[in-house]
Design a protein around this ligand. Structure first.
Ligand code: F6R
Length: 363
């Protein structure tokens, strides 16, 4: 049932405040038990985190690396599951292995998990949207996202609920390591509880985003830039764009611009920047200047009070507020809407993009 929407992806984009609220339903305090009965014992014994995933879920895992190292002080690594499973790696039995997968049936994620277990890493946790999936059966601990069934091939509500789950995991690890004061716990819980509202306000920016997509849809290439914990969000934006609009899109960590991709920038190569009001904004601003100086058109997703003054070739859409460490969740929404409207204007099969399957159960 499309409930009045034209596409499942569109419906699922707008379901996100509800999906996030459902995923947070039982959370009134941060505790390891959110991840399973034995979670306290497991989390207490780990000295690092290894996240395994594919595609969009890999981008969620990449965001978590920034959170875990910054807030929990634990070394965190992220690997593309198809790479990890076939390379020689050094196993650490004290690592918490976190498999992130919407479907829980992705062959490479299951394969990577098997390899980790065979190497003696038994502290396994799934972050998954399907309780009956193979992944959930295979992991010692599980956290279920409650996005509901996702039908659009391009993942939306599964991605943002994965981020919520990974943030909760970060807080639980921080707590066990004595890095989460009661005051901080209250502050984070407050921010999480208000996230659905904040997401609703970002989704209301749709008309402005739609106007941008009219320009972008005529281009054959788009560059996405982000820094820090918003670099994975730029990656996710580029993935959504290429998946459903078939526009060639690439994402770079903005600091990498002058190490190569700047050569591509011209008035034919629009640049989308994810530019929240965090401590990297000044750095990003100088990267954006590098683009403007080469006649590149910039489309900037900023926050209020970003101090960005209007200038030729630079358009900005401002989110209502800077949302602290949860900002990547809010900044994901414009990425999804931009890709959706570019695809809509191009008349592609949005819910079933060519050559792609919802669940990749073969290698
Ligand atoms: C992107 C997308 C895919 C999946 C990937 C992993 O929009 O949907 O890249 O994220 O195939 O799938 P799961 O999360 O089911 O393991």
């Amino acid at each position: 049932d499309l409930g009045g929407y034209r596409y499942y992806m569109q419906k699922e984009i707008f379901e996100q405040p509800r999906a996030v609220a459902d995923t947070l339903l039982d959370v009134t305090s941060i505790m390891p038990e959110l991840f399973g009965d034995n979670a306290w014992r497991v989390f207490n014994g780990v000295d690092s985190v290894l996240l395994l995933a594919c595609g969009g879920s890999y981008h969620a895992a990449l965001t978590a690396k920034y959170w875990i190292e910054s807030l929990a002080g634990l070394p965190a690594n992220v690997e593309i599951a198809s790479e990890y499973r076939y390379r020689d790696s050094v196993a650490n039995p004290k690592t918490l292995v976190v498999a992130v997968s919407q479907s829980g049936e992705t062959a490479d994620v299951l394969g990577a998990l098997q390899v980790a277990k065979r190497l003696g890493m038994t502290n396994t946790l799934s972050i998954c949207n399907v309780p009956t999936s193979a992944l959930v059966r295979e992991c010692a601990l599980n956290f279920m996202t409650r996005a509901g069934i996702e039908i659009g091939v391009a993942s939306t509500k599964a991605f943002t609920t994965q981020l919520v789950a990974l943030f909760l995991l970060t807080l639980a690890l921080a707590q066990i390591r004595g890095r989460l004061s009661d005051e901080e716990e209250r502050r984070h819980l407050h921010a999480l509880r208000h996230l659905p509202d904040a997401m609703g306000k970002v989704l209301a920016l749709e008309p402005q985003i739609m106007a941008w997509s009219e320009t972008l849809t005529r281009k054959e290439n788009i560059l996405f830039l982000g820094r820090g914990m918003h670099f994975p969000i730029a990656l996710e934006g580029a993935l959504k764009m290429k998946e459903i609009s078939y526009i060639h899109a690439e994402a770079y960590a903005a600091g990498e611009l002058k190490h190569g991709p700047l050569a591509l920038v011209s008035d034919e190569m629009p640049v989308v920047a994810v530019a929240p009001n965090d401590r990297l904004l000044e750095k990003l601003r100088s990267n954006m200047h590098e683009v403007s100086a080469r006649n590149g058109r910039l489309f900037v997703f900023a926050d209020v009070d970003c101090g960005l003054s209007p200038s030729p070739g630079v358009s900005a859409i401002r989110l209502n507020e800077y949302y602290g460490p949860l900002s990547p969740i809010l900044h994901t929404l414009p990425m999804q809407l931009l890709a959706f409207h570019a695809a809509l204007a191009r008349g592609t099969d949005i819910d079933k993009p060519r050559n792609l399957a919802k669940s990749v159960t073969v290698e």
